[in-house]
Design a protein around this ligand. Structure first.
Ligand code: PEP
Ligand code: MG
Length: 577
């Protein structure tokens, strides 16, 4: 008799369904002895350490050139992060100094320096920076393997349907696994900001992290990984398997259909033209947006690249990066959102921000930094089709101040005879209740708007969007949200300024149907959601959804609203298109 099915819960990291057999990842324990050495051995020990650094750098550079050859969007930034650690004198030189001064072997010196750094990481308040500790663990693992001249674990024998299960999986190991097409990934630790998570999403591997009952999964167990719902089903029943086989087939079909539809205009069943763009977080994702024939990049969250190296980027390297993005995007419009710094955001150690200094407010308080990003954007603008978007705008005063800064930057560039496109369209994110109520007052000052439903919902419903325990309260179908969206549309229609919805609400078929019904015809979604949304648009009837919107705005309860919309687009409860 087959064991009965068990459901383990975790956090949604990378959407999609996978069926496969568990392969437990256990980085083989090699005994790393801490030894004292005598003064005559110091030189050899330092040389042994340097050799390991060289070997590790070589391995990483080979990985990177493979990535470049494949023009892969998948995170060569990760390799950059690891190479930077190996080039960091604070890391390498401190280890050498320890070997020399304490007369200890390289393994022990690595351990001591890493322990100090890990302690510093653990004290950080910022989730993103804390997650960078994973990069350090990962590189230390590589250094120790190379010191012992051991090969990294062999991967060739993985079964074709392997679901890799481990307490944590280093991001570089995931990269090394890429050619084996692993089916899924399940870990006990990790968050959606970790490099492993970012890598899993860009490799489109269904992934669930934060699974506390992970020890219950033995190697070889049959598993379903539902990355969309954040669950892992151990020993699934025949019925469950059949359901997930259907889901997996549908997912494959939507990717195929999206590829086939690429290049054709996106229209609804009743012929209404929908503009469908993509959201990106890293410059390496541009080629994937081009490959999908995305109409435009509706949101480039520049803070991820800005804070990537842990120190203030200089204007020249920013400009080079933005020029590259525009060049790779060909003629596609790229919406560069200026850095959105906030309590849940990426930044450097020592840069503090809370809600009162989030997004544009932070930039207005730190104008040198804001100006250097703007100058880089304007200077790069001659390379392609750029648009600038201001995040977290909450008053006309803030907007006017930002416009003044932008004006100053342009004057400065003109004075220095720097070429730039003077007519770059400028937009405002509507993601605070204040902006939702007053976007019409801002309209004459800007060229376009982006509706950020992720933040709008958190501030309207007073729920921290990153709080997993409150996820059930975060509801885009709440009447308050529908009314707010209706109002934004009513306020903006007479002023004739375009608005694109770029929050996650646009990336879910049911809530996207609501958006179409409420009058929005421009959506921008993550790369992972793009194929599915591209496939779904021609199945929706805009006319019928407009009529439906008239009914749902009068309804009282989110669950009822969602169910009515689901039914109208032909989906049963809990069913994913
Ligand atoms: C939003 O708030 O909806 C949005 C798109 O911005 P972010 O998710 O980066 O806050
Ligand atoms: Mg936002």
């Amino acid at each position: 008799m087959s064991p009965s099915e068990r459901i383990l819960r975790g956090i949604t990291i990378s959407a999609g369904a996978a069926i496969g057999h568990a392969v437990r990842a256990f980085d083989p324990l090699f005994i790393s002895l801490n030894l004292r050495i005598n003064s005559g051995e110091v030189e050899t020990e330092v040389a042994r350490f340097r050799e390991s650094v060289e070997k590790s750098s070589g391995q990483l550079r080979r990985m990177q050139s493979q990535l470049k050859r494949r023009n892969a969007a998948e995170s060569s930034f990760l390799i950059d992060a690891h190479l930077l650690i190996l080039q960091d004198r604070l890391f390498v030189d401190r280890i050498i100094a320890k070997i020399e001064s304490d007369r200890i072997n390289a393994e022990w010196a690595i351990q001591q320096v890493t322990d100090d750094l890990c302690e510093a990481y653990d004290r950080l308040d910022d989730d993103y920076l804390r997650e960078r500790r994973g990069d350090l663990d990962d590189i230390v693992r590589r250094l120790l393997h190379n010191l012992q001249s051991k090969h990294l674990p062999p991967l060739a024998r993985l079964p074709y349907d392997a679901v890799v299960v481990g307490r944590s999986i280093p991001a570089s190991a995931l990269f090394e696994l890429r050619s084996r097409h692993i089916a899924g990934l399940v870990t006990e630790t990790g968050s959606s900001l970790s490099h492993t998570a970012i890598m899993a999403r860009s490799m489109e591997i269904p992934t669930v992290m934060g699974v506390e009952d992970l020890p219950e999964i033995p190697s070889g167990a049959l598993l379903v990984v539902d990355g969309t719902e954040g669950i892992v089903i151990v020993s699934p029943s025949e019925k469950t398997l059949a359901r997930y086989r259907e889901i997996a087939t549908e997912e494959k079909k939507s990717k195929r259909l999206a590829a086939a539809a690429a290049g054709r205009p996106c229209v609804t069943e009743d012929g209404v033209r929908i503009s469908l763009g993509t959201n990106i977080n890293f410059c390496e994702e541009v080629p994937a947006a081009v490959a999908y024939h995305s109409e435009f990049i509706g949101l480039y969250r520049t803070e991820f690249d800005f804070f990537r190296n842990g120190s203030k980027p200089d204007e020249t390297s920013l400009m080079a990066g933005y020029s590259e993005v525009l060049k790779n995007a060909k003629s596609m419009a790229v919406t560069f959102r200026t850095i959105d710094v906030g309590s849940d955001r990426k930044m450097w150690d020592g840069v503090n921000s809370n809600m009162a200094t989030r997004g544009l407010r932070f930039c207005l308080e730190n104008q040198d930094l804001f100006k250097s990003q703007l100058r880089a954007l304007f200077r790069a603008s001659v390379k392609g089709n750029a648009r600038i978007l201001l995040p977290f705008v909450s008053s006309v005063d803030d907007l006017d101040e930002a416009l003044e800064v932008i004006g100053d930057v342009k004057k400065e560039l003109t004075r220095h005879k720097e070429p730039y496109s003077p007519e770059i369209p400028l937009g405002v994110m509507i993601e605070t209740p204040a902006a939702a109520q007053t976007c019409d007052l801002m309209a004459s000052r800007v060229d376009f708007f982006c509706l950020g439903t992720n933040d709008l919902i958190q501030y309207y419903l007073v729920i921290d969007r990153s709080d997993q325990s409150a996820a059930h309260l975060y509801n885009p179908f709440h009447p308050a949200i529908l009314r707010c969206l209706c109002q934004v549309n009513t306020l903006l229609q007479p002023v004739g300024k375009p608005v694109t919805v770029c929050g996650e609400m646009a990336a879910d078929p049911v809530s996207a149907a609501v958006l179409l019904g409420l009058g929005f015809t421009s959506l921008s979604v993550s790369l992972g959601a793009y194929p599915r949304m591209r496939q779904i648009m021609p199945m929706l009837n805009r006319g019928k959804l407009r009529e439906l919107a008239g009914e749902i705005v009068k309804m009282e309860k989110p669950a009822e609203i969602e169910s009515v919309v689901r039914k109208s687009i032909g989906l049963r409860s809990g069913q994913h298109p």
